[in-house]
Structure formats: structure tokens, C-alpha cells
Ligand binder design. Structure first.
Ligand SMILES: Nc1ncnc2c1ncn2[C@@H]1O[C@H](COP(=O)(O)OP(=O)(O)OP(=O)(O)O)[C@@H](O)[C@H]1O
Length: 311
């Protein structure tokens, strides 16, 4: 389980991370999405105990990232966005090197490393020099490296960046296997649809702030252009609720008693929205206001999903 409470990081006067509060339950694959510079790597570096927050706290499996860094490191496997590889080593030697640095004895490593290479589909590259591997293979080797001490939590900073579609699919399959093993996975990307395919929940970060968080379906519904419409009534609510609920383009209708209003998502076009209002009035409903709620996230979503078809 990962929890951040009002996590803040300032570089001089610049706030890179602004009061981030987030709870990720065990076994969840959580996607962290944001444009370049949104604060994703900063968050991950703090969780990986490599960077101290300016204020706020974070916990990994109940251990505080600042006071209990050693315990946190045991819980996590971290794959940074930029990683150095040791060119003069073969793939299996590379994993031995990291295994040894975690204090794993040779006999154990000899059993473990073939399993890890198998998991990341690199068995056939066991004796290949790391610098001769393709980018996708290097990424997978780094993933194997981050798994060497069998961590419960994986923190993967843009693991699919720079990969071709095929390599991305391979990465996705590996992540699926890791999820099945019960790992909690925190993964970042600046491409939302790419994450939507492999995550249970998504958090969207913009200029250091968490601007949306929810299940993939919830977030995608917003992306697919569903609008939220608020209707303020003067007459009886029951009639209006029944009328709007009957419309097939209306979903998730809610009555807001304080405002004597109803709110719902609407999947129709602008023209269909005009028709809805017209027929509501013809039906005799007393409507004081019929308005589309402001969706602040839209611009951010547009930017994040730029040029990418949503499924
Ligand atoms: N050491 C530093 N000193 C000053 N500013 C920094 C430092 N590290 C990061 N920043 C700034 O903090 C902001 C957040 O950076 P961060 O690397 O967390 O973003 P990101 O969401 O991971 O972006 P990317 O997708 O490009 O990796 C950026 O504006 C960045 O320029």
C-alpha cells in the first residue's frame, strides 16, 4: 500500500509537487499520468527515498519514506526514467551484480536469475552484452533488475517510453503477470490511453497537483466527451427526475436537494442537448436553469491524449 499525505516539493521558489494526497491499495496497478514536467518523477523519487519532500509525508507498506528509508527500499522495486546500464556486462552478469548488491547469495541468484530472465522474455539474451540489446530489451532487463529482491511494490517511471508498439505490448503482458503475482504497481506515462489499458486506477497530475483520480472507466467516460448537465428546477423534482431518467443519453442522474437541482452526464451531441431542453419544456417542467458544468480538466485531457485514438 502506498500513501502520500500533502506531499510537497519545492525547488527554490518553484513548486514541483503541490500537496499530493493519494492512497493506493495493495494489488492495484495505478497509472500516474501527466505532461512533461507535471511532477511524476519527483513523486516517484520521493517514494523511492532518493529525494526528500519539502513538506508532507509518504508511506510504503506503512513505512515512512523519510524515517524508515531502509525498510521502504526493501518494499520497492524502482525503475527510473533514465537508467545507466553497464555496457561491459552480459545480461545475466548484470542481474548477478545487482543481486549481489542486495546481499543475495550466489546459489540463490543462480536459481532466481533464470526465472527473472524468463519473466521478462530475455532467456535467449542471457549471454548477450547489455549494450547490444534493443531499447525494449534494456527496459525489460531494468525491470528484471528492479524485481531482484522480490519487492511487493513496483515504481516504474515511464517504462514504455520510446518503445515500439510491439515492445509496448510485451511490457504490458509482463506487467499483467506481475499484477497476477499480487504486486502493487505504480506506473507513469504522459500518454493516458497507453496506461488505461493496463491500469485499474488512474491519477492525473498537472503542474504538481492531482487534478483527477478514479477508475479507468470513470476517467475514460470524461475523456469520451460526456458532459455533466445541471438543471435547476422550480417545480416538483419527481417529474423532472422521471423525465430525464427516461432519456437514453442521460446517465448517473443525481438529485441535489440543497440547490433543488438535478445533475447528470449526457452522452449526446450539442443538437441532442438542444432537443432535450426543448422537450423538457414542452413536457411542462419548470426549469430555472439548464447548464453544462464547467469541466476544468478538459484542456489537460486534450493535451494528454493529443493525437491518440481512445478505445
Ligand atoms: N533538481 C531540480 N531543480 C529544479 N527544478 C527541478 C528539479 N527537478 C525537477 N525540476 C522541475 O520540477 C518539475 C517537475 O519535474 P518532474 O521531473 O517531476 O516531471 P515529470 O512529470 O516526471 O516530467 P517528465 O515526463 O518530463 O519526466 C519540472 O518543471 C522540472 O523542471
Amino acid at each position: 500500500m502506498i500513501e502520500t499525505i500533502e506531499l510537497t516539493k519545492r525547488y527554490g521558489k518553484f513548486t514541483a509537487l503541490d500537496s499530493l494526497s493519494l492512497k493506493i491499495e495493495k494489488g492495484t496497478v495505478f497509472g500516474f499520468v501527466g505532461q512533461n514536467g507535471a511532477g511524476k518523477s519527483t513523486t516517484f523519487s520521493i517514494l523511492a527515498t532518493l529525494l526528500a519532500p519539502t513538506s508532507g509525508t509518504a508511506f510504503v507498506n506503512g513505512y515512512n519514506v523519510q524515517n524508515e528509508a531502509k525498510m521502504v527500499r526493501r518494499q520497492i522495486g524502482y525503475m527510473p526514467d533514465f537508467f545507466g546500464v553497464y555496457d561491459q556486462l552480459k545480461a545475466s552478469e548484470y542481474l548477478h551484480f545487482y543481486g549481489a548488491s542486495y546481499g543475495i547469495p550466489l546459489t540463490e541468484r543462480e536459481k532466481l536469475i533464470p526465472q527473472l530472465l524468463d519473466l521478462v522474455n530475455l532467456t535467449h539474451k542471457r549471454d548477450a552484452y547489455v549494450d547490444l540489446l534493443s531499447r525494449g530489451m534494456k527496459q525489460r532487463l531494468c525491470l528484471a533488475r528492479s524485481l531482484i529482491h522480490d519487492p511487493e511494490v513496483l515504481i516504474l517511471d515511464e517504462p514504455a517510453s520510446g518503445l515500439d508498439p510491439r515492445a509496448r505490448i510485451e511490457m504490458r503482458e509482463i506487467l499483467k503477470e506481475l499484477k497476477e503475482m499480487g504486486k502493487t504497481i505504480l506506473i507513469s506515462s504522459h500518454i493516458l490511453p497507453e496506461l488505461a489499458e493496463m491500469c485499474d486506477r488512474i491519477g492525473i497530475i498537472d503542474q504538481g497537483k492531482l487534478v483527477a483520480e478514479g477508475g479507468v472507466a470513470e476517467i475514460q467516460a470524461q475523456l469520451k466527451g460526456e458532459k455533466v448537465i445541471t438543471v435547476i428546477l422550480t417545480g416538483r423534482a419527481e417529474n423532472a427526475i422521471a423525465f430525464f431518467e427516461d432519456d437514453p443519453l442521460v446517465a448517473r442522474l443525481q438529485y441535489l436537494p440543497e440547490q433543488h437541482a438535478i445533475e447528470f452526464t449526457f452522452k449526446g451531441t450539442e443538437q441532442e442537448q438542444v432537443e432535450l431542453l426543448r422537450s423538457a419544456i414542452n413536457y411542462g417542467l419548470a426549469i430555472r436553469s439548464f447548464a453544462e458544468a464547467q469541466v476544468d480538466l478538459e484542456d489537460i485531457f486534450m493535451e494528454i491524449t493529443k493525437g491518440v485514438e481512445l478505445s
